[in-house]
Design a protein around this ligand. Structure first.
Ligand code: THG
Length: 367
């Protein structure tokens, strides 16, 4: 592969110096920013993530901040998930849809206070959609991208590492909740969340100046835990069925097609964009849906375009992410499959770049 030319448009993060000193081998671009994808090798990183603890530069999870009296109203306009029962101190995974019910993003909403929210976005320019709605409806709310960069600590030893840096109280933070914890006298949001199924935390680092000091503190405190720089792992996240916006879905898909119907309460999410369209699809049900797909044979190549899912001569879907799983000793994949073939254990074929392979559709992911 050719290199990518650095420039100001391709933003570095507060942790990029640490990432590069740790020997990052490849980057991708996400929200116009550098996101590491490989340190030692994707497979070595995978095993290490499941055994030890890693520190991830996920500053690309940019925040869209809503501040002001209409912040909560605006947040509910953005998502079909009912936010009425959501208290400050909680994080919600929320589909964001356009006026047709198409997915614009699948962020984590962080409720700091009734009048202050962070939307921790996936890879699409959500800021402009949110500003458009805030201004078009003349809402009393400020919308901007603050200097907040998430740093994730993931893996089975993440509780121990976090307790050493932030104190034992961090162990009591529950899944998808956050607390305020001090680092160098600065209060930071620390949530139990992250883009892996191995457990861990996300530190919302407010102020780029403390990025590298915090990075070093975690690396120093975790030496005997075998802490290493890591990143969202392309194998582990497919095993766990964690969706990637732009890969596994885009604005052509409804949340129901993405398997995110459980995060929609379209009946009661009054005022949300695309509500009428979603009420229709919720009633009729989707005709295709995200599924786990096992692809037979040796390690598949990287999936940088869709691979058709076939039932004989008939196209019944597409694979959008795939990887060889060392633990399950098979190729794991995520795809969109039509209703006629989405039942558990349906046999299909997948057209990979090096030929057609036998495959099986599953209703549940591996992890
Ligand atoms: N953390 C934060 N911001 C993010 C991500 C993150 N922004 C970008 C991207 N990841 C957004 N997409 C996701 C996808 C899945 C999850 C979180 C964000 C996730 N899902 C869990 C699951 O599906 O098992 C739990 C969902 C739930 O039960 O609420 O964690 O990772 N800050």
């Amino acid at each position: 592969m050719p290199l990518i030319s650095p420039s100001r448009r391709l933003r570095r993060t507060p942790f990029s110096d640490g990432v590069e000193a740790a020997g990052v081998k490849a980057y991708t671009v996400y929200n116009h920013m550098l996101l590491p994808t490989v340190f030692r090798s994707v497979e070595e990183d995978y095993h290490h993530l499941k055994e030890a603890v890693q520190v991830w530069d996920v500053a690309v999870e940019r925040q869209v901040e809503l501040r002001g009296p209409d912040a909560a109203r605006l947040m509910q306009m953005l998502t079909p998930r009912d936010l009425r029962g959501m208290e400050a101190g909680r994080c919600f995974y929320v589909p964001i849809v356009d006026e047709t019910g198409g997915m614009l993003n699948d962020p984590v909403a962080v409720k700091l206070a009734e009048d202050r929210w962070w939307i921790s976005i996936a890879d699409s320019d959500l800021l402009y959609w949110v500003k458009g709605i805030a201004n078009g409806y003349r809402l009393d709310v400020l919308v901007d991208e603050p200097d907040v960069s998430p740093l994730a600590v993931q893996g089975p030893k993440s509780d121990e590492l976090m307790a050493r840096v932030f104190g034992d109280a961090v162990r009591d933070v529950k899944f998808f909740r956050f607390g305020w914890f001090e680092f160098q006298g600065r209060p930071l949001v620390v949530a139990r969340s992250g883009y892996s199924k191995q457990g861990g935390f996300e530190i919302y680092v407010e102020g780029s100046d403390i990025g590298m000091p915090l990075w070093h503190a975690l690396m120093e405190a975790g030496k005997d835990l075998d802490v290493h720089a890591g990143c969202p792992n392309g194998i582990e996240r497919v095993e766990g069925g964690l969706l990637s916006y732009g890969n596994d879905m885009n604005d052509d898909n409804t949340p129901h097609e993405c398997g995110l119907g459980r995060f929609c309460n379209t009946q009661t999410a009054i005022g949300c964009m695309g509500r009428d369209a979603l009420l229709r699809v919720a009633k009729e049900g989707p005709i295709q849906q995200v599924r786990a797909i096992e692809i037979a044979g040796d390690k598949v190549p990287g999936c940088d375009r869709v691979w058709p899912v076939m039932a004989g001569e008939k196209r019944v879907g597409q694979v959008t992410s795939a990887a060889w799983s060392p633990d399950f000793r098979t190729n794991v994949a995520i795809g969109m499959v039509r209703m006629t073939h989405w039942d558990d254990r349906t046999a299909v074929q997948v057209v990979t770049p090096d030929g057609s392979r036998d495959a099986v559709v599953y209703e549940n992911f591996w992890a």
